[in-house]
Ligand binder design. Sequence first.
Ligand SMILES: Cc1cc2nc3c(=O)[nH]c(=O)nc-3n(C[C@H](O)[C@H](O)[C@H](O)COP(=O)(O)OP(=O)(O)OC[C@H]3O[C@@H](n4cnc5c(N)ncnc54)[C@H](O)[C@@H]3O)c2cc1C
Length: 453
Amino acid sequence: MIAPLLVWLRQDLRLADQAALAAAAAQGPVIVVYVLDDDTPRHRRMGAASRWWLHHSLASLDAQLRARGSRLVLRRGRVDTVLAALARETGASRVHALAHAEPWWRNAERAVGRALDLVLHPGQYLVPPGSLRTGSGQPYRIYTPFWRNLLGHMPPPAPTPPPPRIDPPAHWPASDALADWGLLPTTPDWAAGMRAAWQPGSDGAAARLAAFVGHARRYGETRNLPSVSGTSRLSPHLHFGEISVAQVWHATMDAGGSTEVFLGELGWRDYAANVLWQFPDYAGTNAKTAYDRLAWRDDRADLVAWQRGRTGYPIVDAGMRELWATGWMHNRVRMIAASFLVKHLLIDWRQGERWFWDTLVDADHAANAVNWQWTAGTGVDAQMFVRIMAPLVQSPKFDAADYIRRWVPELAHLPDALIHDPPLRPAGYPAPIIGHVEARTRALAAYHALQSG
Ligand SMILES: Cc1cc2nc3c(=O)[nH]c(=O)nc-3n(C[C@H](O)[C@H](O)[C@H](O)COP(=O)(O)OP(=O)(O)OC[C@H]3O[C@@H](n4cnc5c(N)ncnc54)[C@H](O)[C@@H]3O)c2cc1C
């Protein structure tokens, strides 16, 4: 009997351009395994929206494998223990996987590597995190020089098709039933908006990419307009690896126009992983430690108003409601809403990071932490804390009227001129939680106290 090879999938739930699967399939019979690990200490548990996505993505992957005479084996528990047990059961000793950047996955890779012959492949990013170096040999901390260097290594290697054959093992090991994992919400079922907005899995990713390619050349002009579908909406598909970043790059790189702006956003994804690789605790600690002393407000009522989309700032509320309903928020609005929490409400960015982690279908440890620290001004490469975004200026500037109409129906009847800051609040819609000038003064005072303290 030929010993099977294990392919350990995590945020790389695809068959095409999957170096781990390709390598294993070329060597012998393959067992593709996904392990849900809620047990390893310090392993960040996936948020609720991500778990919804994961359920559907795993179902889709299993169907694709079955169409090729294979299947997906599901196991639950501490990933190193589970993989070692599966290897004993099946006679496998080698595991192929794509290298991941999250600190808990890097720990798991070390633990699995101690028990089994683990072969790690690149493919999660355009380049392996930490691999690009400055002239003095240091990994990059600032985006722009990182991007310039990255561009010099592009395009990435051409994506590869799914392996032509995936030989099954002589005996299939037992698998958990996906339904028993309880990844989907039950009472209440809050996922209706997500089902309407998304098709998790590689087919959904391919359809999104195909729909976006024709728009890529106008990305630079439309990407900041939340009322327009100007961005790719590939983020959850990229996070779960249902499509590789190399596939996205190759499909769009010759689109012309302002496509390079879009490619630069793929560069931000790599940059975020590169920062996390250097600072594994980036989601939990200020990169600029001076901010450890900032007097954040611990105001539960204000935090809940922000989470529920009831701040009285229509653009912020529209974004937070879009997030709650669909698990996604337009990037421009993410910046406005995040800045509002940190500067206007003076609430610690980590509270926002955790809320996004739980509610985003694209919740990504690296991208989320890097963007929150960037917005808060606490990051290695951050805007200045004292640059305080004015939501009431941003909203008309980026033509958000239709976006507000869609997500804040209480205001839908208002004309463009009034909707960004209605002088008379319709019944049921709150007054601003704090005035812009007052909020700005409070934030600057907290900042100056930090400087003098
Ligand atoms: C406070 C805050 C938190 C965020 N949290 C996340 C997160 O958890 N997960 C996440 O994927 N993105 C996050 N972003 C970045 C960005 O908002 C989303 O990637 C983007 O809105 C996804 O939509 P899209 O796929 O249409 O992006 P597009 O504009 O089409 O960009 C293409 C891809 O590039 C990547 N990308 C784009 N912008 C960024 C960025 N600023 N940083 C890193 N990668 C980027 C994404 O993979 C995205 O799918 C966050 C931004 C902010 C301001």
